[in-house]
Design a protein around this ligand. Structure first.
Ligand code: ATP
Length: 380
């Protein structure tokens, strides 16, 4: 293992003003700028069609870059052939050769490259050990589980000892349980190999759990590049706020008004008093008297009886009507209507309310987000 680790060459990447215009004129990626550090685990995430795969394929050299620069390490790679880029790609539809053993599947690419036999043997056995498939080397793919097959596909990439691993939705063909299992496997693999990973997914949970940094894309444009925790707690715009988190952040149109020294967001009879720092930003932005979008995550709405005395100062209580309750095991999701707005709250399982019941809900004002309705950018 240490030998393999030692020999893998590592490098950062730089994408400068990258654009992809397909032959039909459609611009799939616009002015994409990103510095990827050596050994980072970068995730491209976004809804279908946002340009994730196109960007990954440009890095791989499978798609021509229309304009801009792609640097891998200190080499400008726009016109470098895929095989000379020192990267390995794992696809969604990995196809193993059914008639070959696991060993031969993993060795195949190296044989084509005329790598010496002993070197192939060393690399295959070490990769198999990393992936915990060393017991399976003599088997054919049909004698493997789905997860083991996926690991063989990764093994084929690992034996190449690339500078960068590119993965395009590698887990999307696996069932839910296996996905979760493979997610941890991939994390471990990144940790052991100590090399750069770029990973495409449309699954925000996968993005949040795997990435050291996440690039959120929409319509070919980067929305935010940040750590998982910053994306969750400091989304830069409405799109990111709505995309990250499940169930989604609650979004309620409200009016920002002054009540004496205080700034409140009002909708119906509810008045959410903003903490000082947030209030100052709303005032400074000139939003007093205007409509804004208020955001609050389901986990930041509580059932008032579950609050501790010292928490109560941070909460504003309102009434809501329950529509649907989802039992999650450790918690319950409550889908409710509050002053005509759909609101989701994540409560303790002790909350026994059911459909049509009137309940009290408490908003944690310290966790409220405020967005500009027009520009959709975050105010605070
Ligand atoms: P998904 O999650 O569905 O795979 P994605 O974010 O990976 O989506 P891309 O495959 O990168 O999206 O595609 C981005 C956009 O470019 C889409 O609107 C797609 O229809 C378009 N596109 C992809 N390939 C071509 C092509 N060869 N010619 C024209 N348009 C294309």
């Amino acid at each position: 293992l240490s030998k393999l680790k030692g020999e893998i060459k590592v490098a950062g990447l730089k994408l400068k003003n990258i654009e992809k215009r397909y032959s039909n004129g459609f611009v799939a990626v616009k002015d994409f700028n990103l510095d990827i550090e050596d050994k980072e685990f970068i995730i491209f995430v976004g809804p279908s069609g946002c340009g994730k795969s196109t960007t990954l394929r440009m890095i791989a050299g499978l798609e021509e870059i229309s304009s801009g620069e792609l640097w891998i390490g200190d080499k400008l790679c726009n016109d470098v052939a895929p095989k000379d880029r020192d990267i390995a790609m794992v696809f969604q539809n990995y196809a193993l050769y059914p008639h070959m053993t696991v060993y031969d599947n993993m060795a195949f690419g190296l044989k084509l490259r005329k790598t010496p036999k002993e070197e192939i043997d060393r690399r295959v056995r070490e990769a198999a050990k990393i992936l915990d498939i060393d017991q399976c080397l003599d088997r054919k793919p049909k004698a493997l589980s789905g997860g083991q097959r996926q690991r063989v596909a990764m093994g084929r990439a690992i034996v190449r000892e690339p500078k960068v691993f590119l993965m395009d939705e590698p887990l999307s063909n696996l069932d839910a349980k296996l996905r979760v299992q493979m997610r941890t496997e991939i994390s471990k693999m990144h940790h052991r190999l100590q090399t750069t990973f770029i990973y495409v997914t449309h699954d925000q949970v996968e993005a949040m759990t795997l990435g050291t940094r996440i690039v959120v894309l929409k319509d070919g444009v980067i929305q935010q590049v940040d750590s998982p925790s910053n994306l969750y707690s400091k989304p830069q715009n409405l799109f990111v706020a709505g995309f990250i988190g499940s169930p989604q952040m609650n979004l309620i149109e409200a009016k920002a008004v002054k009540r004496g020294e205080d700034v409140v967001l009002t909708f119906g009879s509810v008045e959410i008093k903003l903490p000082k720092e947030k209030a100052e930003k709303v005032v400074a932005g000139g939003y007093i008297g205007k409509d804004v979008m208020m955001g609050i995550r389901p986990e930041h709405i509580a059932e008032p009886s579950t609050l501790f005395e010292e928490q109560k100062a941070d909460y504003i209580v309102a009434s809501a009507t329950v529509e649907v309750v989802e039992m999650l095991g450790a918690e319950k999701n409550f889908y409710m209507i509050c002053e005509g707005n759909n609101i989701t709250g994540r409560f303790d399982t002790s909350c026994q309310a059911g459909p049509d019941d009137e309940v009290k809900i408490a908003f944690d004002v310290t966790k409220v987000h405020v967005f500009d309705l027009e520009s959709q950018q975050t105010i605070t």
